[in-house]
Design a protein around this ligand. Sequence first.
Ligand code: NAP
Length: 510
Amino acid sequence: MTDTASPTGRSAPPAAEPRTFRHFIAGEWCESTSGSTFESVNPADTRDVIGRFQQGTPADVAMAVRAADVAAGLWRRTPAPKRGEVMYAFAALMAEHKERLARAMTREMGKVIAEARGDVQEGIDIAFLMAGEGRRMFGDTTPSELPDKWAMSIRQPIGVAGIITPWNFPMAIPCWKMMPALVSGNTVVFKPSSDTPHCATLLVELTAEAGFPAGTVNLVTGAGAEVGDAIVDNPDVGVISFTGSSATGKHIATRAGRQLKRLSLELGGKNAIVVMADADLDLATDGILWSAFGTTGQRCTAASRVVVERPVVDDLLARLETRARKLRLGSGLDDAVDVGPLINVGAVDKVGRYVEIGRTEGELVIGGEAARDGELGHGHFFAPTIFRDVAPMDRIAQEEIFGPVLSVIAVDDYPAASTAVNQTRYGLSSSIFTRDANTAFRAMRDFETGIVYVNAGTTGAETHLPFGGWKETGNGHREAGHAALDTYTEWKSIYVDFSGRLQRAQIDNQ
Ligand code: NAP
């Protein structure tokens, strides 16, 4: 550990020597007990090292949880509207620094700058929404079954929330978790993806600037198996909120289950777009390209399957191929670029392996290989890829690839389309393009996903509605909207008897 500059990451030009950033524990920027660091690099150009980050340890986690536990005592007694005021200040700071945050995000994880701005905006939106919850936080006041007795319910914080997040929405997702946790009166220990520790550091820096008290928000960077497991296992962490792969989610669920710990899981997806023969094919083409290749296919809501009625398969595929060939790959900081890199070399290998499987299952229409021409050779680029003649149960139509690979599945009619949509173990998002209102309403009723779009792609959730998935996409919790508070609060029902005598419910009112 040499360079220990304060972790502002502000608009300074890229330093020749990468800076070293630190954990944030009890309001102090501090080094790990490990004495070691890891690098975060730009996936569009791996020569660009963004910084070195603390390789966290279970001992670091223990310190962070202790700090959060101490801070929770005061924070839970801070009136919720006052907690909301700090959150408004945080939201305003995010808005003020939106461009700086977005550029840092594109540099660290590759999504094109317009999408990075959208990611920051989601964080701002949820912060404003949750700040408002500080003045709502509604419970029920309801008549008692007995005379001279009052009945009501209130939400109370759980205590310390462990927040474990992926790299693909490196600011939106941490905000989706931290804001409802904090406004409800919990404190936070936040472990970001090891691919996006800089984004996390910039966010946490703004929480401190906004006025969240010391120990309220704690950041520990480092490997999932070390830092993540230590957070999950710590008995003083009352609730875990995790977004990531289903494999990691199952691992965490097993560990958290041993302590019967509250756990919210947002996991993988295999989202489908249905195109009926009566659809506006230009609109469907726009929606498919945006959903399949936006964020290089690395959204949990990305469309990786298109289920299309047979009479329009060739027409739709011709449009998709023409448009996909025109997509420009490159650094997302270039406004002219449509598709950025994959997150790392492991992702390129994984997508490549699925393409090989796809060649045996369907017919390759376009793409199918890593893109390494010229400057692209310095990054993790993969050509937008489309397979046709894929069967619903083929592996490329069933397993989450998390890259720019789209499978086109032809079907005879709506019932077959609906069956194909649901023939997956995931259930996050789905969509249908049709001009027939009856078909649209059938889809809204039939699709087994937490989000359904009509005449739009599979991506574009807004922060004031519940967000989450059915089946193996999660464990029944929802983020965003009022539903988000359910993860981070305990309900307490309170009965106040002012009759001056003992009244027994279910007995004295017969
Ligand atoms: P991941 O590999 O599961 O990692 C997610 C987080 O878990 C990272 O912070 C990771 O840390 C940590 N982790 C890894 N092993 C752990 C362990 N043993 N204990 C505790 N934490 C551990 O997922 P990812 O590749 O970052 O993200 C992509 C996945 O997220 C996709 O499956 C995508 O569908 C899903 N996703 C779902 C949603 C949704 O809302 N449903 C939204 C976005 C993404 P390290 O980085 O240090 O390994």
